[in-house]
Write a protein that binds this ligand. Structure first.
Ligand code: CA
Length: 253
């Protein structure tokens, strides 16, 4: 992902800025990509009732145009079955250009489709038919995660996640004020997951980021480190395993 961000930063005319401002409390601006007029109409009604501003497009090409222009949306709801191109391709292309949260909304609900969408950079996945309350909750969650993401250069800053404190400068971790003794690699795994709490990091991403390609074992290396971190934090709920994808960090309920 870092490579994609670095590459897209050079595409200055086309790439869209991160659109969510810190402390953004106004209506969420939603881009709805849906070719079924009836589904779109009911979604727009529901989103409007929730106080969101919705722009509706019916093709992948229109979605790419709307997602990357100057006044880009805050959240993109993306149908996979589109008339001009596959939604997965739309997802991949948007993600190569900007970080706007994408929620895939699809009738295709099997695990393979969900995994592919997440691999392509989608932030969440909702299977049709869905209720407006569930959609509203998913939108709130991606907006919250997007706003909570720290600045990319966080060297020297102390990050707090619930009862957990991570200091990247001193490489020390505290839980309820007591230091947690992590190995260097365990710290790196935890710090990497903490860069975007709630976001799923794939095993391969973690391997590439923490071991920088200098690893010879299987992805089981990641699982072993995650297990060690969980044990030291005293609660496995800190790091959730997302079946078939990877791991995400979050404060236990
Ligand atoms: Ca469709």
């Amino acid at each position: 992902m870092e490579k994609i961000r670095a590459a897209s930063a050079q595409l200055s005319p086309g790439w869209c800025p991160r659109t969510l401002r810190k402390g953004h409390n106004g209506p969420v601006r939603i881009l709805l990509v849906e070719d079924d007029a009836a589904v779109a109409a009911s979604s727009i009604d529901g989103l409007t009732a929730l106080g969101h501003q919705t722009e509706h497009v019916m093709t992948g090409a229109a979605a790419l145009e709307a997602a990357t222009r100057f006044d880009a949306p805050d959240v993109i709801l993306l149908d996979l079955g589109l008339p001009d191109m596959d939604g997965q391709e739309v997802c991949r292309r948007i993600r190569a250009l900007c970080e706007t949260p994408i929620i895939v909304v699809s009738a295709r609900g099997d695990e393979a489709d969900r995994v592919i969408a997440l691999e392509l950079g989608a932030d969440d996945y909702l299977v049709k038919p869905f209720g407006m309350r569930e959609l509203a909750a998913r939108i709130r969650a991606v907006v919250r995660r997007s706003q909570a993401a720290p600045a990319p250069t966080s060297a020297g800053t102390v990050q707090e996640i619930g009862r957990l404190t991570i200091d990247r400068r001193t490489q020390r971790v505290h839980l309820d004020g007591a230091e947690v003794a992590l190995t260097a690699k365990e710290f790196d795994v935890l710090a990497y997951l903490a860069e975007d709490p709630g976001a799923v990091r794939r095993r391969n991403e973690i391997l590439e980021h923490v071991w920088e390609g200098h690893w010879y074992g299987a992805t089981k290396t990641v699982d072993a480190h995650v297990a060690a971190i969980r044990k030291k934090l005293g609660d496995s709920a800190w790091i959730e395993a997302v079946r078939g994808v990877g791991f995400r960090l979050g404060a236990p309920e």
